[in-house]
Design a protein around this ligand. Structure first.
Ligand code: HH2
Length: 276
């Protein structure tokens, strides 16, 4: 299986590691935008050195309770980081829900658009239709302010699957070829622990749709619910979750801790004969 991804065609014969580069300001830093940019670029280069196959650059947190960021602010955060990493020869993904940011990011060299809103914002599909970038369509229920209040589903896997099928159809209708589409169940986005576990347990039902599945489990609160660990104490749980995800057929894992994930997946790859 291959994924067309901007300047690249990625082989998915072995699972790929997407390293997370957050460009959200540190209120304790006095360096402002420039030092945030420099720090994010350095972090991205570090993740590449550790073995990231893709970098996912995001300027707006989607954590439960997070406030939206204005488009101009998001652009000021992510575009300089994209430009700073453009010569790194690793595919760059932009994590955004805003068509304006998508357009500017593609112009600045992004190879993939990772949208937790599955290109539902007006103009999002159109912004990407005529490009070569890959798109990640993610399921969520509700928005960050409200999504963890009382998520409910008839059957979470069936519901997520049918939503993703609709978004795949809409993307293809807009002219986004099937070799550019990635799907994601959206762990933690309007799901309680049992919903998340059910999605992971039955991930094959999504894999069976025939599109690469991306799993984002790294440091998520569901892992804290299982182990009791705070966000900074979820490394081992995150690595275990990545191993489970790829064993169930996920082809991209979105992670903070690239080196640890890389070593763990090297073991899976060796066992499964998926190559280095
Ligand atoms: N999770 C987060 C952000 N983007 N994109 C995809 N495709 N799948 C995910 O599961 C996913 C995502 C979580 O974001 P946030 O809580 O802002 O933190 P971080 O970016 O550090 O993971």
């Amino acid at each position: 299986m291959h994924l067309r991804c901007g300047r690249f065609t990625l082989s998915l014969d072995r699972p790929l590691i997407m390293g997370i580069v957050n460009v959200t300001p540190d209120s304790f830093s006095d360096g402002g935008q420039f030092s945030d940019t420099r720090r994010a670029v350095e972090h991205g280069l570090q993740l590449i050195a550790e073995g990231a196959d893709i970098l996912d650059i995001g300027g707006e947190s989607t954590r439960p309770g997070a406030a939206p960021v204005p488009v101009t602010e998001e652009l000021a955060r992510v575009i300089p980081v994209l430009e700073g990493l453009a010569s790194s020869n690793v595919p760059l993904s932009i994590d955004t829900q805003k068509p304006g940011v998508m357009r500017a990011a593609v112009a600045a060299g992004a190879d993939m658009v990772n949208d937790v809103n599955a290109l539902l914002a007006p103009g999002a599909m159109e912004a990407l239709a005529g490009t070569q970038v890959a798109v990640c369509l993610m399921h969520k229920q509700g928005d960050p302010q409200s999504m963890q209040r009382n998520p409910s589903y008839a059957d979470v896997v069936v519901d997520v699957r049918s939503f993703l099928l609709q978004r795949i159809a809409a993307a293809q209708e807009a002219g986004i070829g099937r070799d550019r589409i990635v799907i994601d169940p959206g762990f933690g986005f309007g799901k309680n622990l049992e919903h998340n576990l059910e999605l992971l347990r039955r991930l094959q039902e999504l894999v069976g749709l025939g599109f690469p599945v991306l799993a984002g489990l790294s440091r998520k609160s569901m892992l804290g619910r299982i182990t009791g660990g705070e966000v900074g104490e979820r490394l081992y749980a995150s690595v275990a979750a990545a191993v489970v995800a790829v064993t169930k057929g996920a082809r991209i894992v979105r992670v903070h801790d690239v080196k640890a994930t890389r070593d763990a997946l090297a073991v899976v790859n060796a066992v499964e004969g998926w190559g280095a």
